[in-house]
Ligand binder design. Sequence first.
Ligand code: ADP
Ligand code: MG
Length: 244
Amino acid sequence: MAAGMRPLIRLRDVWKVYHLGDVEVRALRGVSLDIRAGELLGIIGASGSGKSTCMNLIGCLDQPTRGTYRLGDVDVSTLSVNERAAIRSRRIGFVFQNFNLLGRSTALENVALPMIYANVPFAEQRRRARELLAAVGLHGREEHMPSQLSGGQQQRVAIARALANGPSLLLADEPTGNLDTQSSTEIMDLFLRLRRERRLTIIVVTHEPHIAYYAERVVTFRDGRIVSDVPQAPSSHATEAVRA
Ligand code: ADP
Ligand code: MG
């Protein structure tokens, strides 16, 4: 395989075993997965099948019990906690089902937050946060509190926040789980557009078939293993996917 074709993400025989007292929970049982830069990958599977565990490993929030994980040129399985934190803040954005916004902070402040930790100068924080809010369709809502925004709008703020430090990888764990169908569709359209405009690699965990439909490739987990990994034909309503 040519060097330029190396996958961005490479998991090899990855196991994750949790210990709860005397009980061993084998959350991942030998997962191998390659993901190319620029892919929009869907991950589906029943509750408890290991989807979030796998996302946490890919997101450098946790380490495999066994097996290897390479992200770009880095062997993540050998890194310290601090080295993983540094990779997370520079390269990875996270989006969650519950948005996880600070309720007493404005949309703009929520988006600026990761830039504070990255020591971005204040004026630059504000400028970039405004630009990101506009990019997710929230121009004019900068001073709104989360409680003044709809669920779909709150998730847009969370997506803008995830992009604050210019990551190349966006991980979304059930991002539409708390949204109605219309808002869910808009969020997936937004992911497709951001992938194209910002050259992102995006992984979306979902249990909703109409959401998985947006991905060009869908991986199915069952009992800690990948049981299928299939490309999908571009769909007619995921119009951006057709053009990409
Ligand atoms: P999914 O996201 O597909 O619902 P998870 O990855 O959250 O599945 O969980 C996979 C399995 O690992 C489940 O049996 C779950 O109970 C277990 N598990 C997940 N996280 C932990 C943890 N921190 N400690 C112990 N068991 C866990
Ligand atoms: Mg989960």
